[in-house]
Design a protein around this ligand. Structure first.
Ligand SMILES: *[C@@H]1O[C@H](CO)[C@@H](O)[C@H](O)[C@H]1NC(C)=O
Ligand SMILES: *[C@@H]1O[C@H](CO)[C@@H](O)[C@H](O)[C@H]1NC(C)=O
Length: 222
């Protein structure tokens, strides 16, 4: 009994100590940062900056959740992807996005790896890795973008998802209320929120540096 209490106290101490260490480092939402990096890359290449649509980004987070933390289902020989019908049947209702406002998805990136990556690193080293993904990034077909990042259960493996659409900004992927329904764990772009999920992500890194030794990155681009 006494030992269990000691253990609990130690845990609380350890977790709060790490949390306060990390708190100062995390200032923003990693999904918003990813969109900023992506848009500055596009404008650097004389392409339009894409509208950051929170409804689309919320769908990107649901897209990640459909993988249920199964990294091996992203890319590679066992690659799977959610059925297109999931957008209308599951993702949109989960986000409070009106099914009638869904627009065409003109491109998507999905990547997963065991180690958490900063948004610019995720963009340059994980998401954009070949000419196919560059073509998607630089496509003139997109008008808007939504990004999400999530670790399964707040820890690894970490998934990054970017969805592009040619919908009309402001009238596509709109919600019944105003803001899309926020679901945790995970962060999505466009909602002007500071994502607590980011704290969880960083804290996990802080606590488990050794678990991050092995690195698997898988990418699926369409
Ligand atoms: C855009 O990103 C790609 C992939 O990381 C990189 O090769 C390219 O130099 C970047 N371009 C600009 C203008 O930042
Ligand atoms: C842009 O859209 C056109 C017409 O739908 C399609 O043929 C083309 O492959 C798209 N380009 C990219 C880079 O996805």
């Amino acid at each position: 009994m006494a030992m269990a209490q000691w253990f609990l106290l130690l845990c609380i101490f350890f977790i709060s100590a790490s949390a306060s260490n990390v708190q100062t480092k995390v200032t923003d939402n990693p999904a918003d940062e990813l969109v900023a990096v992506l848009n500055s890359n596009r404008t650097g290449n004389k392409l339009s900056s894409l509208y950051s649509n929170p409804g689309l980004a919320c769908l990107a987070l649901q897209y990640i959740k459909a993988y249920q933390g199964e990294c091996s289902a992203v890319g590679g020989p066992d690659a799977k992807k959610p059925a297109e019908s999931e957008f209308a049947e599951t993702f949109a209702p989960d986000c409070d996005v009106k099914a009638s406002s869904l627009a065409q998805i003109t491109g998507r990136f999905l990547a997963c790896q065991s180690k958490y990556a900063e948004p610019s690193e995720a963009f340059n080293d994980i998401l954009i890795r070949n000419s196919k993904s560059l073509d998607i990034l630089n496509s003139k077909n997109h008008t808007e973008v939504g990004a999400a990042v999530s670790g399964s259960d707040g820890g690894g493996p970490y998934f990054w998802c970017v969805l592009f659409s040619n919908g009309k900004p402001k009238s596509s992927f709109v919600t019944e209320g105003g803001e899309p329904k926020v679901t945790r764990p995970g962060c999505f772009s466009g909602a002007n929120d500071q994502c607590n999920g980011a704290n969880t992500l960083s804290r996990t890194i802080h606590l488990w540096p050794i678990a991050l030794g092995s690195l698997v990155a898988l990418l699926y681009a369409l």
